[in-house]
Design a protein around this ligand. Structure first.
Ligand code: HEM
Ligand SMILES: *[C@@H]1O[C@H](CO)[C@@H](O)[C@H](O)[C@H]1NC(C)=O
Ligand SMILES: *[C@@H]1O[C@H](CO)[C@@H](O)[C@H](O)[C@H]1NC(C)=O
Ligand SMILES: *[C@@H]1O[C@H](CO)[C@@H](O)[C@H](O)[C@H]1NC(C)=O
Length: 586
């Protein structure tokens, strides 16, 4: 008996030595590499499950022979980014030869979406796999499980015993003193597109907690049509498939809430004639959101006219449902070929072509992760002021005043946003009204026990940062940040995103691109309309509808729905309005 005990002690000691940490906190240092799963083993040890990683060894740190070759051949994300943003002459060729352009796009689709675990694995309520992750859709899912709750420090084993004070972090690194303009020339039309598009699937159910959501986990155009059938019913006219509108100064706008009571959020005291009804209940917040809501509303009704002309035999319901499918298709087309194109600054021209994935191992299902939501808090992109046809509005004058769009008309409003510089994503650039949002966000990140920034870098095949200067690219910032976090491995998720140095020829640092890319490609291409049974002309009312999708552009969206001459429609501020601070590295 005594011998057995001795043997056991020895075993434990060995495990402890290999693990370097004692007790059942042994997974707190994320010892398993390359996607290996850490499982505690007894009270004192751990085991790495390397299944399916192409690595082996106690810590999944030795590649198989084939993997070694693959790794050696595979360019790093930074190299790939460099290739795609340079060699204009090469990409001009590729862009003009269909076969090559398709081949590159297929690679983009598969490489990006392969990074996403599908079906989903984790939620914020467990550090291990549960069936809830798959079946309970009220959860956002997680890319990485939460930090175990009994770890030596909140970040695992690194950093201080207590996280630095949130308000101090915000004051030190986030607050905007003066607008820092976006260096690649991004316009405010872009910032509002980002906010408008993403709020169809970022819908935190904050009353229940930051791990819950009430959306449909994808691009379901619920921000245009309403959160459920009840809301849709209130927004529909039930005639010719169209949505309700009101005419103001000869232009179509969303109806008032008294005519479509969908339960919008407006501050108390907002007069009836300013309470517009929109598919997303928070879109009364900003004129830019109201503007996008208006343009998509007009587009839906325009598409319905075209479908009715083609199919006089169709009833209201069929015109409505088919119109909705066309609008969804146009949305994805514009998001990939205008929006992501602008974001990427690739010389390669991105393509929306679902057929490229037919026959590939690809799952047509998607879930929104908590990390994607946090990553998309692009509040610094909002400027502090808006010059609308010569009238300057500050953010406070903008908020909850959708009628500013009516005052200037859609043409002038869109024109002005296209010429208005966005703010840079980075430190010292959160405007006054967004400070409370980001304060809450940091608190939520801690409550959700998001893993350290460097763990996410590793998950997305990026080298973890070794020093604070490596992360920030700036000595002073590095010093200040180190005072707060002590250890580079203890930097929390959103702070890492904000403090990360901007990538060459890019709006963001490398992490946002390399994490956001997979989330968005997966989210867009796994949409049911991209699947083989949906993606055919008959789904969209025949060739007419299919063509509307396949030729959709941002410019067309606006120009087809604004009377008279076309405004400037651009995600980049036109050259003649740019200062010399632009395109510094071109
Ligand atoms: C000045 C303009 C903006 C204001 C005043 C604003 C305000 C807010 C507010 C009050 C919240 C809710 C926070 C909470 O409940 O904790 C929020 C959430 C959010 N905002 Fe903004 N925002 C602005 C611009 C943007 C932009 C440009 C983006 C870029 C995409 C963005 C992305 C988000 C996201 C992803 C959320 C989380 C939504 C959710 O989980 O339900 N916001 N914002
Ligand atoms: C192991 O973890 C459990 C649950 O987190 C905790 O109650 C227990 O005290 C831990 N044991 C040790 C030896 O740390
Ligand atoms: C999903 O999880 C929440 C929180 O645990 C629970 O209240 C709800 O009943 C679950 N829903 C389903 C369908 O299991
Ligand atoms: C506002 O924009 C107009 C062009 O639309 C320009 O002429 C004017 O100088 C701008 N005003 C300010 C204060 O920037």
């Amino acid at each position: 008996m005594e011998e057995l005990k001795q043997g056991y002690r020895l075993l434990v000691l060995m495990v402890v030595i290999t693990g370097m940490v004692s007790a059942n906190t042994s997974c707190c240092s994320y010892p398993c590499q390359n996607g290996g799963v850490c499982m505690t083993a007894g009270m004192e040890g751990f085991h790495c499950d390397c299944t399916g990683t192409d690595f082996y060894g106690t810590l999944c740190d030795t590649p198989t022979f084939m993997k070694r070759i693959k790794l050696w051949l595979k360019p790093s994300p930074d190299t790939t980014h460099y290739l795609l943003t340079h060699y204009n002459w090469l990409w001009d060729r590729v862009n003009s030869i269909d076969f090559l352009r398709n081949a590159v796009m297929k690679k983009v689709y598969t490489m990006r979406s392969d990074m996403i675990d599908s079906p989903p694995t984790y939620t914020s309520d467990h550090t291990y796999i549960t069936l809830d992750a798959n079946y309970n859709q009220t959860y956002y899912i997680r890319t990485l499980p939460p930090v175990p709750s009994n770890c030596p420090t909140p970040m695992g084993v690194w950093g201080k015993k207590e996280m630095p004070d949130v308000d101090r972090i915000i004051k030190k690194f986030f607050v905007r003193k003066e607008l820092i303009p976006e260096p690649m020339g991004t316009s405010a039309l872009f910032s509002f597109f980002a906010q408008h598009f993403t709020h169809q699937f970022f819908k935190t159910d904050i009353k229940k907690g930051p791990q819950y959501q009430w959306g449909g986990h994808g691009v379901d155009v619920s921000h245009i049509y309403g959160r459920d059938k009840d809301a849709e019913g209130k927004l529909r006219s039930f005639k010719d498939g169209k949505l309700k509108v009101q005419i103001i100064d000869g232009e179509e706008f969303p109806p008032l809430e008294k005519d479509a009571p969908v339960g919008m959020i407006y501050p108390p005291g907002t007069p009836d004639n300013r309470r517009f009804a929109i598919g997303q209940q928070v879109f009364g917040l900003l004129p830019g959101l109201f503007m996008y809501a208006t343009i998509w509303l007009r587009e839906h009704n325009r598409v319905c006219d075209i479908l009715k002309a083609e199919h006089p035999e169709w009833d209201d319901e069929r015109l409505y449902q088919t119109g909705k499918l066309v609008i969804l298709g146009e949305t994805i087309k514009i998001v990939i070929e205008d929006y992501v194109q602008h974001l990427s600054h690739y010389n390669y021209k991105l393509l929306f072509n679902p057929e490229l994935l037919f026959g590939e191992p690809f799952q047509y299902q998607n879930r929104i992760t908590v990390e994607f939501n946090h990553l998309y808090h692009w509040h610094p992109l909002m400027p502090s002021e808006f010059n609308i046809s010569g009238t300057t509005y500050n953010l406070r004058e903008f908020v909850y005043h959708p009628e500013i769009v009516l005052k200037h008309g859609m043409h002038d409003f869109v024109d002005s946003l296209s010429k208005q510089r966005a703010g840079q994503f980075g430190p010292f650039n959160h405007g006054p009204l967004t400070i409370p949002v980001v304060t809450e966000l940091l608190k939520q990140g801690r409550q959700l026990r998001l893993q350290p920034y460097n763990q996410y870098r590793k998950k997305f095949n990026l080298p973890p940062y070794k020093t604070f200067e490596d992360l920030t690219g700036n000595k002073e910032l590095a010093k200040a940040l180190e005072e707060e976090y002590q250890d580079i491995n203890a930097v929390e998720f959103y702070v890492g995103l904000i403090m990360e140095k901007r990538r060459y020829k890019s709006v963001f640092g490398s992490s946002i691109v390399e994490m956001g890319g997979p989330y968005s490609v997966k989210g867009l291409m796994s949409n049911p309309i991209c699947s083989p049974k949906y993606w055919k002309p008959s789904t969209f009312g025949g060739d007419v509808g299919f063509d509307i999708i396949n030729t959709a552009t941002l410019k067309k969206l606006f120009c087809s729905n604004i009377k008279g001459d076309c405004p400037v429609v651009s995600f980049e501020v036109p050259d003649y309005l740019r200062g010399d601070d632009l395109h510094d590295e071109l």
